[in-house]
Write a protein that binds this ligand. Structure first.
Ligand code: ADP
Ligand code: ZN
Ligand code: ZN
Length: 677
């Protein structure tokens, strides 16, 4: 019987349009849900995914437009995948079709059925790894690791693997993946940034030579991304290593998810559907009834609180492999330096001496300064002019190498003026210090030393980053200056000194998560020192601070994450902040502050009726104007995640309507569980 059926299809409708994103079409075949199709929308053909057969009495099929094409070569996307999309779209307040299509490889929509079939046939013919590869050497597990693996195999909850850097977490991931693969399952490993940690990818590849491993991240070419995605979707790839977007990989035999450095902010998408890949990984694993492993030396407070409550299983790796100790932490009290040295504020003399000692011993030092460029601002001492950005509420940064003033928010780049643009004074000088200046100052202070720099500027261009990391590994660098890029998972074997040059600002940030991030960054930075157990005993982490008695530094000195987390959680509980409350931000952008504020105030009026949810007045974010666009945001808070979700779901349709009445509004968005406030 070939009766015409009605199918509801997920399509990418224009954002915030009145049409939903599940549209009904007529089809003569009964296509299974998850099938990729093309459908007419207005006067165009657009890609879509069959979401479900329309339930209940179908509307008269004559009214429905027929599908334009069916990509029958591609196996349908599984129910599990569609449920993940449904959940994520509902939770983060986006349209199903928008999210579903946004997370597929862009090239998938360019292929017609014939070309796709050809492509798939080619992939199926490829050999699946080296069939008879020698089994790779793997270390004997220590007691903690062995116990962790047993617990993981039995766990009925998400597992938090809490261990300092070098305690053998990655080895546990490898063994857990090995077990999943042995059961014929696929494993998904999520990492914050792949380019910075090529070693991790290499370790997985070396351990599983007879399995296909693919990576999924934004650095791939569109063709690579399609190829890798297809290999995962077909079940040909057993291992997928990827950044946050890989949480949406279609994996028909998924049996394990690992989230490495689970506290890392880069797991939260910052535009479009602002999802947390870590949280979705937990949801997906729960839904599938498979293991999920969250690893970190400094877990996010959300994860830590769940572990304390017993909702996650905490497994600890308390010691570094090889018995190496954590580096001794030395706080340099900058207020005690002689006045002139304070003015200059380069490096305190004892720190400089410690670096010199390292150079003599042919060991390496890392200096962390979270500000790139030469100086954050240029200043005219005659009239007070500063190098502000005309389009943003921010200073333009002085980059000495190419003598430019650059805005790090809108990108505006200009040659440094010869004289003060306001008064003509020739004597305009940099204020403050960025990585470029620190590198220059160090080179002057340490004649003969090889001082290199690692930040977003120094690593521009293909292959430059790998080359710089290579020089570091080869011992061709004595001192490496850089931004937080330095602290990521590098395994530099000769580093015995790490110093944070000026980390205090985060102690007093208006963002309540800033101290948590600083603590994680410093712990992670400390973990870069003494990776080689034979050198661990003389490894040091130095912190230059004007607030040496701050509790954050006290906890750092004793490497006491637990104490720090307990103190932070007590503060959060008292203040009614996450993880003891759920937050959402409504952001608005317009040419004028008034337009943005009017929209948010009307939005606030719509929200008034919801019990148990507090809507705060609109405030500007830290950088309130970018590229001549004013931004304003409004915090929505509730002690109950469920109440907040209910309120948001009821609020959103009203906001879509409201938007039509605020013509001047450029953009608005809801950010559920925002990371930066
Ligand atoms: P983490 O991921 O916690 O930083 P790794 O798994 O990378 O720790 O382990 C640190 C180092 O110790 C690596 O070089 C790793 O190969 C090695 N290693 C891990 N587990 C063992 C073990 N059980 N025996 C010997 N070496 C190990
Ligand atoms: Zn001037
Ligand atoms: Zn700007």
């Amino acid at each position: 019987m070939t009766e015409t059926a009605a199918l509801s299809v997920a399509v990418e409708t224009p954002r915030y349009s009145a049409v939903g994103s599940l549209l009904d079409y007529a089809c003569e075949q009964s296509l299974p849900p998850g099938t990729m199709v093309r459908v007419p929308l207005g006067r165009r053909d657009v890609p879509g995914i069959v979401w479900q057969r329309t339930a209940g009495a179908p509307p008269a099929p004559v009214e429905l437009r027929p599908l334009a094409a069916v990509l029958s070569a591609l196996p349908p996307l599984a129910a599990e995948w569609r449920e993940l999309i449904d959940f994520a779209a509902a939770y983060y307040q986006r349209a199903v079709g928008e999210l579903a299509l946004a997370v597929l490889p862009p090239d998938l929509r360019k292929l017609d059925d014939i070309r796709l079939a050809r492509r798939l046939a080619r992939l199926q013919r490829e050999p699946a790894g080296e069939a008879r590869a020698a089994s790779p050497a793997r270390p004997e597990l220590n007691e903690e690791q062995a116990a962790a693996l047993v617990a993981i195999a039995r766990a009925d909850r998400p597992v938090l693997l809490h261990g300092v850097t070098g305690s053998g977490k990655t080895e546990v991931y490898l063994r857990a993946a090995e077990a999943a693969l042995a059961h014929g399952k696929q494993a998904l490993v999520l990492v914050p940034e792949i380019n910075l940690t090529p070693q991790l990818e290499a370790r997985f590849a070396a351990r599983f030579p007879s399995h296909v491993m693919v990576s999924l991240h934004s650095g791939l070419t569109p063709a690579q991304r399609l190829r890798h995605w297809l290999l995962a979707h077909l079940g040909r790839a057993d291992l997928v290593l990827g950044t946050r977007l890989a949480v949406f990989a279609s994996m028909p035999r998924l049996g394990l998810i690992v989230v490495d450095e689970e506290h890392d902010p880069s797991f939260k998408q910052q535009e479009g559907a602002r999802y947390s890949a870590r949280d979705l990984a937990v949801w997906r694993a729960h839904r599938l009834g498979i293991a999920v492993l969250l690893g970190s030396a400094t877990p996010s407070l959300e994860t830590w609180q769940r572990a304390l409550e017993g909702r996650y299983l905490r497994l600890a790796l308390a010691r570094r492999i090889g018995g190496g100790v954590m580096p001794a932490v030395r706080l340099v009290d900058m207020t005690r330096l002689p006045r002139d040295a304070q003015q200059e504020r380069v490096l305190a003399p004892p720190l400089l001496a410690a670096i010199r000692e390292r150079i003599e011993r042919r060991e390496q030092s890392l200096l962390l300064l979270n500000r790139r460029g030469y100086a954050p601002v240029l200043h005219c001492s005659a009239c007070g002019w500063k190098s502000g950005c005309p389009h943003c509420s921010a200073w333009r940064v002085f980059h000495k190498a190419d003598r430019t003033l650059r805005c790090h928010h809108c990108g505006l780049t200009e040659r440094v003026p010869r004289a003060c643009p306001d008064c003509g004074n020739l004597d305009i000088a940099p204020l403050g210090r960025g990585t470029e200046k620190l590198q220059e100052q160090l080179a002057a202070l340490l004649p003969g030393a090889r001082v290199a720099r690692l930040d977003a500027d120094s690593t521009r261009g293909a292959g430059v980053l790998q080359q710089q990391l290579g020089a570091m590994h080869a011992g061709e660098v004595d001192v490496l200056v850089g931004t937080q890029m330095l602290a990521k998972g590098h395994d530099f074997r000769r580093v015995t000194l790490v110093a944070a040059v000026n980390p205090d600002a985060a102690l007093f940030s208006s963002d309540f998560r800033a101290p948590e991030r600083l603590f994680a960054l410093l712990m992670q930075a400390a973990g870069r020192a003494g990776r080689d157990a034979s050198q661990a005993a003389r490894s040091e982490m130095w912190v230059q601070t004007w607030h040496p008695r701050h509790p954050l530094y006290a906890a750092l000195t004793t490497h006491d994450y637990d104490a720090y987390a307990a103190a932070q959680l007590a503060e959060r509980r008292a203040a009614g902040l996450p993880p003891f409350a759920s937050l959402a931000l409504l952001r608005a952008e317009a040419r004028t502050v008034d337009v943005a504020r009017d929209f948010l105030q009307d939005a606030s009026g719509l929200a008034a009726a919801h019990d148990g949810v507090t809507v705060y007045p609109p405030v500007p974010p830290q950088v309130s104007k970018v590229a001549d666009v004013e931004r304003l945001q409004m915090l929505v808070e509730s002690p109950s995640r469920v109440a907040l979700q209910r309120m948001l779901a009821a609020w959103l349709p009203g906001l879509h309507e409201l938007r039509a009445r605020h013509k001047g509004l450029l953009r608005w968005a809801v950010d559920v569980d925002p990371l930066a406030i």
